[in-house]
Design a protein around this ligand. Structure first.
Ligand SMILES: C[S@@+](CC[C@H](N)C(=O)[O-])C[C@H]1O[C@@H](n2cnc3c(N)ncnc32)[C@H](O)[C@@H]1O
Length: 361
């Protein structure tokens, strides 16, 4: 993921920022779902991060959950070995064929970030069947997909409800089993029915990195500790960084949160750990608003009685633009620059982490 982002952004610091930004957001999503279902993250029991990569989320999860409760699995053996060595979690080698995947145990919580968004039709349902079968009663399976809306005007979704393109970010994987996939909600619902025998699911639109939708299945009827609740948290980006004159750095970008009871209270800029500037998002960014479109965020809660839809803050992106000038030492472009969006609930989102030099564009 990181290598791909590095090629695309042409800056290792921009790529690393994106990696950490998504890691933190994935962690918050998983912790909220664990809290919701089990009451407390320490009561979850065995957790599987399937298709974990090199542990983008696991490196943070090990801070909150005992390592002895965490299993990771990936088709890339070196990714599994890396996490066993670095984070002390259990590792399981995965397989290309779902029916051959036998971890020898079951789990209370299975997280699958960004695998179903790459699977062809046949494997999509077969992996869902396999992973659901590995859940203990009352357990949760959470997986992300690219919704059809992300196809935009590139091409229409086929009637089957799934579009599979034989290209991906990972050159090491066979493109007949790992490409780029877009699906409709109806397609996922059919796959869920095949895997679980029920049409019950929760869909959180754009829950992963303000992009991929998250679907949540629960095995059996066990009741959650509290009504379903989810906060996306803050999100944003630094779009421009340039020196307007020696010792004066200009930064601009956007920061927003779609959570209805939360707002962005500031964008903080730090140089070498010291607060150097604070600004507020306060001007229109019609491009950001247009990028997401209307009704891009919210939840669908589906059970035998039908589907309830709950929308999120549709005005979140009005006034999300921010800019500021930061005094800095012009002789030292290696200063460590941190730009962070801060939300009113105290959640923070890194917008840039790295040297000034690597931020300049
Ligand atoms: C887009 S990456 C996501 C990695 C990680 N979940 C994250 O969010 O950073 C997809 C991952 O799926 C893994 N993968 C592909 N096919 C797999 C399979 N059959 N079993 C397990 N992992 C697989 C890839 O090796 C890759 O690490």
């Amino acid at each position: 993921m990181l290598t791909f982002a590095e090629k695309r952004t042409r800056s290792s610091d921009v790529a690393l920022t994106g990696y950490h930004e998504v890691a933190l957001q994935q962690l918050r999503t998983n912790l909220q779902l664990m809290d919701w279902r089990f009451g407390d993250v320490s009561d979850v029991g065995p957790i599987l991060d399937f298709a974990s990569g090199f542990g983008r989320m696991i490196r943070l999860l090990v801070v909150s959950v005992p390592k002895s409760d965490i299993w990771v699995s990936d088709i890339q053996a070196d990714a599994v070995a890396f996490q066993q060595e670095q984070f002390g979690v259990h590792g399981i080698a995965s397989t290309t064929t779902p029916e051959e995947f036998e971890p020898g145990r079951t789990f209370n919580f299975i997280s699958v970030a960004s695998l179903f968004s790459h699977l062809p039709d046949d494997l999509f349902t077969r992996w869902l069947v396999k992973l659901y079968s590995l859940l203990n009663p009352g357990g949760l399976l959470c997986f992300s997909v690219h919704d059809q809306v992300l196809l935009g005007e590139v091409r229409a979704l086929p009637e089957s409800g799934i579009d599979f393109d034989h290209t991906s970010e990972n050159d090491a994987l066979d493109t007949s089993v790992y490409g780029t996939t877009h699906v409709s909600e109806a397609y996922v619902q059919r796959a869920v029915q095949r895997a679980s025998g029920s049409s019950a699911f929760i869909r959180i639109k754009r829950a992963l990195a303000y992009e991929q939708d998250m679907y949540i299945l629960q095995k059996g009827e066990a009741s959650a500790a509290a009504p379903f609740r989810f906060e996306y948290g803050p999100w944003g980006w630094v779009d421009q960084a340039r020196m307007t004159q020696p010792g004066r750095l200009f930064l601009s970008g956007w920061a927003a949160t779609v959570d209805t009871e939360t707002s962005i209270t500031s964008v903080e800029v730090r140089l070498d750990g010291k607060l150097a500037q604070v600004c507020m998002p306060n001007f229109q960014r019609d491009d950001v608003r247009a990028h997401f479109g209307n009704d891009a965020f919210g939840f669908a809660i589906s059970d035998s009685s039908g589907t309830t839809r709950i929308a999120c803050d549709s005005e979140a992106f009005s006034g999300c633009g921010w800019e500021c000038h930061v005094p800095c030492d012009a002789t030292n472009p290696g200063h460590f620059l941190e730009v962070t969006a801060v939300a009113s609930n105290g959640w923070r989102c890194p917008l840039y982490l790295g040297s000034i030099e690597n931020a300049l564009n």
